[in-house]
Design a binder for this molecule. Structure first.
Ligand code: NAD
Length: 509
């Protein structure tokens, strides 16, 4: 019997889930976790077991659709728990062979950890990392692909063997791999530049991330916020390990009042990312009817607790509670969200202080892609206290040196202004507000908006859409960040960085 596990991280695309189930031959046992579950369900599959906590794209109620004895939860304090849990489960159920799809999001450390698991167990297993670019090649044929430098590429044998392939541009050559024994050896790291696969015998599937480089021909770049966030999170994790050795475990207290579904999902994603980085979190779930006094006294206790380095109050709060009083009660030294008036003041004055995560994430993303800021005209759409206003202030600071125009609902002839933007940042919360005729040819467009728009064809009845009309703007812009997969992951990465900074005892400049 074969077992298949669809894992979170970057879940496998639904088409790949379907294809793998076909390939494995029925009956196959399924286990799915996080975005792997979302993908499996989108592919019309109902896993026998579901694992773990849901990530930001997930929905906790999804687990309730399964019998309780088929739902397994991970411990959040281990690095690769959902992967291990899935593998052990399927091995325990007597699967002679396990295929693992998704997970890792292309991270080499994850690859190596899984490989050592496979090697320890000495059972035939295959691991297929997720990726957005899926190609199949049937021998005899050559496949030439642009490289996604340093990222993971999976090469997976399909159909009946025997298989034989060779490659160039991959770290570990494919020639001579023992495909026929079903042994691990399908995931690989791309070198810089293109890579080629020559299929000599058999059929292969190649899965890789889309490279974050100018697409052939047009010079357009779709910004990969997940990859940029992963880089930051890997750095945070390493620094966190060093801190742990000195006896400090960075800890964030997360306070959630009420059961707003979006907030539940954001909090889940944040806690998951903290655990992955080796940080601790303390979870305070208060009911919708918690009083302001109770909330303030909890914050006071956490302010005084030396083991808590950061405090995050998830917004929005129930309407009977004053957001200003609550945010103002957090010790500025623990204000990792950067919403406290002291943090806002420091930001405006260009002094050291915690920067708010979303605006900071936007700036880091612009820098990551080498988009020039100094002297550029940046137009920000939206003047909220958590995105638009701090972002406009940040961009105008001497160290970033952009010329900023802040637009809002009172702005006249918005398009005339946005067309002047070298950098256009949309944070209005209006789906598709930015159309192609509002964008200058070659501009960098960053989409902060996260809007739920009804979609009867989607399982949840809605899909996420940004403030930018994606397809037409992608034709015109030089750089464009997608939703999801753009600013969202950066927000979480910057939060982790702030918590680390708080634990290290210094403020982020
Ligand atoms: P908000 O509703 O508080 O503010 C929206 C702002 O946009 C307002 O200042 C308003 O004046 C302006 N605006 C609205 N419609 C406009 C129009 N037609 N023309 C010009 N200006 C207009 O929202 P917010 O909290 O700042 O969030 C904005 C968007 O960003 C939302 O979609 C939100 O979900 C998203 N967001 C994403 C992240 C992330 O991590 N990706 C984080 C925070 C917010």
């Amino acid at each position: 019997m074969r077992g298949i596990a669809f894992i979170g991280g970057d879940g496998p695309p639904p088409d790949l889930c379907r294809l793998l189930v076909e390939e494995a031959g029925r009956p196959s046992l399924l286990a799915a976790a996080d975005s792997g579950l979302i993908a499996a369900e989108a592919a019309g599959l109902r896993p026998d077991w579901v694992l773990g906590d849901m990530d930001s794209l997930g929905d906790l109620s999804r687990l309730e659709a399964y019998p309780p004895d088929r739902v397994l939860r991970c411990e959040a304090d281990k690095d690769y728990t959902d992967t291990e849990l899935a593998l052990n489960l399927l091995w325990e159920k007597g699967c002679e062979e396990v295929w693992l799809a998704g997970g890792g999001g292309g991270r080499l450390d994850h690859l190596l950890a899984i490989r050592s698991l496979f090697e320890r167990e000495r059972r035939p297993s295959r691991w297929i990392t997720a990726g957005e670019d899926v190609r199949s090649v049937e021998a005899p044929a050559d496949l030439n692909l642009a490289g996604a430098a340093g990222s993971l590429v999976s090469v997976f044998p399909l159909g009946p063997g025997p298989w034989e392939a060779e490659s160039s541009g991959l770290k570990w050559p494919l020639a001579g791999l023992p495909w026929d024994r079903g042994f691990f050896g399908v995931s690989n790291a791309a070198e810089a530049g293109p890579f080629t696969l020559r299929a000599i015998r058999g059929r292969f599937l190649v899965i890789m991330p889309l490279p974050p480089s100018p697409a052939a021909g047009g010079g357009k770049v779709i910004i990969d916020g997940r990859a940029a966030a992963r880089k930051i999170q890997d750095g945070v994790k390493a620094r966190c390990a060093a801190l742990r050795e000195r006896g400090t475990i960075p800890c964030l207290a997360v306070i959630l009042a009420g059961e707003n579904p979006a907030s539940l999902s954001y909090v889940g994603a944040k806690e998951k990312a903290l655990a992955e980085a080796g940080m601790a979190s303390r979870d305070y779930r208060l009911g919708e009817h918690v009083s302001q006094g109770e909330l303030l006294s909890l914050i006071e206790t956490l302010n005084a607790d030396r083991e808590v380095h950061g405090i995050l109050v998830q917004l929005p709060l129930p309407s009977h509670i004053s957001v200003d009083s609550v945010i103002g009660a957090v010790d500025p030294a623990k204000d990792v969200d950067g919403f406290h008036p002291v943090s806002v003041g420091n930001l405006v004055l260009g002094r050291p202080g915690f920067l708010p995560c979303t605006p900071h994430g936007v700036v880091v993303l612009l820098r990551e892609y080498g988009i020039p800021l100094s002297g550029a005209h940046a137009v920000v759409l939206g003047r909220s206290g958590i995105v638009g206003k701090p972002l406009a202030n940040l961009l105008a600071r001497r160290d970033l040196n952009a010329t900023v125009t802040l637009c809002h609902t009172g702005t006249r002839d918005l398009a005339a202004i946005t067309r002047q933007a070298d950098i256009l940042i949309a944070a209005a919360g209006r789906p598709g507000l930015v159309s192609a005729d509002m964008v200058k040819e070659g501009a960098a467009v960053i989409d902060v908006g996260v809007n739920r728009v009804p979609d009867p064809s989607a399982k949840k009845g809605y899909r996420l859409r940004g403030d930018v009309d994606f397809e037409p703007v992608a034709e015109k812009a030089g750089y464009l960040s997608p939703v999801p997969g753009g600013v969202g992951p950066m927000t979480i990465a910057m939060l982790l960085q702030n918590v680390l900074q708080a634990a290290e005892g210094g403020l982020y400049v």
